[in-house]
Design a protein around this ligand. Sequence first.
Ligand SMILES: Cc1cc2nc3c(=O)[nH]c(=O)nc-3n(C[C@H](O)[C@H](O)[C@H](O)COP(=O)(O)OP(=O)(O)OC[C@H]3O[C@@H](n4cnc5c(N)ncnc54)[C@H](O)[C@@H]3O)c2cc1C
Length: 355
Amino acid sequence: MSELPAIGDHQASKKRFIYCAEQGLLKYAIPALYGGHGNFSDLAEAHEALGKSSLDNGLILSLNAHLWGAIFPILNYGSDDQKQYYLKKLISGAFLGGHAITEPQAGSDLNALEMAAEITDDGLQLNGRKRFITNTPIADLLVVYARLDNKLSAIIIHSDDNGASFLNTPEVTGCKTATMGDVILENCLVPLSRQLGKTGAGNMMVQQALELERAFIFAGICGVMDWQFKQVIQFSRQRRVNGSHLGKNQAISHTIAEMKVRLDTIKLWVNECARLKDNNRRITLASAQTKLFASEAFLQSSLDAVQIMGSHGLVKDSAMTDLVHDALASRLFSGSSEIQKNIIAALSGTGEGYK
Ligand SMILES: Cc1cc2nc3c(=O)[nH]c(=O)nc-3n(C[C@H](O)[C@H](O)[C@H](O)COP(=O)(O)OP(=O)(O)OC[C@H]3O[C@@H](n4cnc5c(N)ncnc54)[C@H](O)[C@@H]3O)c2cc1C
């Protein structure tokens, strides 16, 4: 990955994405029929290596939104024609995708999503607005979730469809190299063949996409956290305090020990999710546990890293301060920490989501 194009504007983000696709990074865990190879364990290893070499959580977010938000739903729910048309292009990076669930008035609560789709004589017509959608400004297509017959359903929308606007605002501060924005659909008319999966399958499709995204996005983030950890070790050895190196101070070395345990525990959780997927098992509980632990651990370790490095850790626009913002974003994307707790409690037999 030494040839990864430089970080820059939206087009630079797209170039970095395409470079990763050209290196085969989107082929892991994909059936050989579509040019794929390896399994989920290989995917976790490759994404961790990308994190280590790129130090770019925005790139990792972009690749994961594309993989779990567009490729996998088409792989799992697409018609033969849809698979034939989209998959090879998405896997090679010729098409860039993502998934559009969140709306200005609703994110966690899928029942409150309002985007509407209706069948007309000319095809499917969509109206509504999506927000905070990763990859929107550079996407060729998005899997958009809308109400068809009042049931949540998935429809593939292309950036050049009539009535579709893929915007580049609003952005968030975390994972800043990942592009994001609103999607506005105004009497957007697409052929009926763009519907993905059955009417009303949207809820299940969203859960399955997020289940994968929330586990495996941390494979890449782990790689970046590895770097963060090594930087802190290096600083603690070089910095002199009271005639000795900073790490001699037990308060500092214990904080570093906690960072190490968090990092290695995230790796164990990601590997456990990969092992389960490689054995064709669902990861609803394991991925919620991974996401909750990993995002909270990432935030705590990012705060610890800044604190140990003193004001050097807080230099404006430095990688260390960026990681705090990335960690804050990680507690929200793919379902917030609170939603992961709801899932874990429900699967344990109690709480808001238990029926
Ligand atoms: C970097 C980034 C990338 C993103 N990419 C995408 C994308 O590609 N596609 C997409 O569709 N969305 C994306 N999102 C949006 C993200 O999925 C939502 O922000 C998230 O689901 C939370 O929704 P919300 O922001 O509307 O908050 P809300 O749902 O309004 O929640 C607000 C607060 O209330 C809490 N809360 C809500 N419901 C409950 C409950 N039942 N119990 C306890 N607490 C609750 C939440 O945890 C949160 O703290 C992205 C967000 C970020 C930050």
